[in-house]
Design a protein around this ligand. Sequence first.
Ligand SMILES: [Fe+2]
Ligand SMILES: [Fe+2]
Length: 170
Amino acid sequence: MADTAKQDAIALLKADHRSVEGLFEKFENAKGDGTKEKIARQICLELTVHAQIEEEIFYPACEGHVEEDDLKEAYVEHDGAKVLIAEIDAGGPDDDYYDAKVKVLSEEIEHHVKEEEARMEGIFAQARKAGLDMDALGAQLAERKAVLIAEYSANGRPKPELKTFTDATV
Ligand SMILES: [Fe+2]
Ligand SMILES: [Fe+2]
């Protein structure tokens, strides 16, 4: 993976988006069950870490600078993704709905990424316009991302923490 230490926050987060989009495409074209499962697990890892660094670092920095409703929707969309990620993680290519779950996750992420990256009104554009220190945030995101990837690769991931779903059973 590319060295992300010097990317500004938006460049880092966009690079994450492109990476996971590439993985979804790979999954669609993959043939064997083993390959599919490997790609799906990588998708789950990358999305989990990405959502977590956004929620821990980037979204809080956006508070007061980005439309509150947009941030709230983003948190709910993250929670929706976390539920599907947990499902995919717990299952495997033998499951009847495995491919469908990965597909729906990719569609949800596509929608979510659009809302973050939209040219004028997206969360990133609003944050940029507000003058947030993207270099400092980028460094924080990169540092946290490296720690989380190392931790989750070594020990597996904990159950997802849902920020907005109060009755979910995952
Ligand atoms: Fe994102
Ligand atoms: Fe996000």
